[in-house]
Design a protein around this ligand. Structure first.
Ligand SMILES: Nc1ncnc2[nH]cnc12
Ligand SMILES: [Zn+2]
Length: 339
C-alpha cells in the first residue's frame, strides 16, 4: 500500500488506514434496522414506528437523552442468537471499515438474567468473536454503570469470573455528572487486584476534576477525557504518566460535548504530546464508524499526514495488545502512510 492509495490529491481514504477502535460499546452498535428485526422476532413493542423514526430520535440533547434511547434499544436483545448476530455484525462492519484491532465494552448489568442467563450471553458474544478472529483482532472489556451502587459493580465483576481469561479490562460508563470516578475505588481496586487493566469514562460531560480523580485511581486509559483541555497541569500529568485518552469526536458532536468539530480538543492535545486516539463509541446511534470519525476530524481540524500517523500509532500504543502484535501493526501503519 502506498501513500497515494490512501491519499488522492483531494482527500484521504481512511478506510484504507489500519485503525484501532478502542472505545466502542457493543450495545451501541445496534443498527436501527437490526433493532427492529430483533424486536419483531422477540415480539417487543417499540416507541418508534420504524427505523426511520428511530433515526429521527437520534438527535440528542445530551448524554442522558442518548442513554435513554440506548437502554430502550437494549431491550430487544433477548436471545442468544441476538447477542451473536449483534457481535458478528459489528465485527464484520468494523473489519470492512479498516479496523484491524478493536477493544469493545459490553455491560451484562443491562440485561435481565431471568430473561437469558449470563453464560448464554457470554457464549454468544465470544462465539462471534471466535468466528471473526481471522478477519479482525478483538479484545473484550467488561463495564459497569456509574449510576448504580458500587456493590453492584463488585457483584458484576464477580459474576464474570468464569470468563476472566477472555477479558482484557474493566471500565465504567453511564451518566457522568454527579457520579465521580472516586466513588468506585473499591471496584477499580478489585479489578486491578484480579489482574485487569482499568479504564473509566471521565471528562465527557463531567469536569476536569473527574479526569484528575481517574488519574488518582491509577487507570490505564481514560475514555473521552475532553475536559482535561481546561487544566494544563492535568494535561502535563497525562503526558508524563502516558495515560491515553480514547476520544470519540462524532459522539462528542452528537451529544453536544462540542458545538462544532473544529472546537474539538484532539489536535491541541496531540500537539501537547498526549496519547490521544480516535474511536467510535456508539456508532449506530451517532451515525459514524471509525473511518467516519477519522474523516470528520481530518476535515474539521485539517490534520497533517504526520498527525494522522501519530494518531494511528497512538491507537496501537494505547491498546492492550501484547508487544509483538503492536510492532506488527505499527509497521503496517508506516507502510500504509509513507511507503
Ligand atoms: N458516550 C457514553 N458515555 C457514557 N456512557 C456510555 N455508555 C455508552 N455510551 C456512553
Ligand atoms: Zn463510551
Amino acid at each position: 500500500m502506498t501513500l497515494l492509495s490512501i491519499k488522492s490529491t483531494q482527500h484521504y481514504d481512511f478506510v484504507k488506514l489500519p485503525k484501532t477502535d478502542l472505545h466502542v460499546h457493543l450495545e451501541g452498535t445496534l443498527e436501527p434496522e437490526m433493532l427492529f428485526k430483533f424486536a419483531a422476532r422477540n415480539h417487543i413493542s417499540l416507541p418508534w414506528k420504524n427505523p426511520k423514526c428511530l433515526y429521527e430520535a437520534c438527535k440528542f440533547r445530551d448524554l442522558s437523552g442518548f442513554l435513554a434511547v440506548y437502554y430502550k434499544g437494549c431491550e430487544v436483545l433477548v436471545t442468544e442468537q441476538d447477542f451473536y448476530d449483534l457481535t458478528h455484525a459489528y465485527l464484520q462492519r468494523a473489519s470492512a471499515d479498516g479496523v484491524v484491532h478493536t477493544e469493545f465494552f459490553f455491560n451484562p448489568q443491562i440485561f435481565r438474567k431471568e430473561k437469558l442467563p449470563l453464560h448464554a450471553i457470554m457464549r454468544a458474544v465470544f462465539s462471534a468473536v471466535h468466528d471473526m478472529q481471522e478477519r479482525i483482532s478483538c479484545l473484550y472489556m467488561g463495564t459497569v454503570m456509574r449510576t448504580r451502587p458500587v456493590e453492584e459493580a463488585l457483584q458484576a465483576l464477580d459474576e464474570l469470573t468464569p470468563w476472566y481469561h477472555q477479558i482484557a479490562a474493566f471500565g465504567m460508563g453511564g451518566a457522568e455528572n454527579g457520579n465521580p470516578p472516586s466513588r468506585f475505588r473499591p471496584y477499580f481496586d478489585a479489578c486491578r487486584e484480579r489482574g485487569f487493566r482499568i479504564c473509566v469514562h471521565a471528562g465527557e460531560e463531567g469536569p476536569a476534576a473527574y479526569v484528575h480523580e481517574a488519574v488518582e485511581l491509577n487507570v490505564d486509559r481514560i475514555d473521552h477525557g475532553n475536559a482535561a483541555i481546561h487544566d494544563p497541569d492535568l494535561m502535563q500529568t497525562l503526558v508524563e504518566k502516558r495515560i491515553p485518552l480514547t476520544m470519540c469526536p462524532i459522539s462528542n458532536l452528537r451529544l453536544n460535548v462540542v458545538k462544532n468539530l473544529s472546537e474539538h480538543p484532539l489536535k491541541q492535545m496531540l500537539s501537547r504530546g498526549l496519547c490521544v486516539t480516535i474511536n467510535s463509541d456508539d456508532p449506530a446511534y451517532f451515525l459514524g464508524y471509525a473511518s467516519d470519525n477519522w474523516a470528520a476530524v481530518h476535515q474539521a481540524l485539517n490534520l497533517t499526514t504526520n498527525e494522522i500517523f501519530q494518531l494511528a500509532i497512538n491507537g496501537i500504543d494505547a491498546s492492550f495488545l501484547p508487544k509483538e502484535q503492536k510492532e506488527k501493526w505499527r509497521n503496517q501503519i508506516k507502510t500504509a502512510l509513507y511507503s
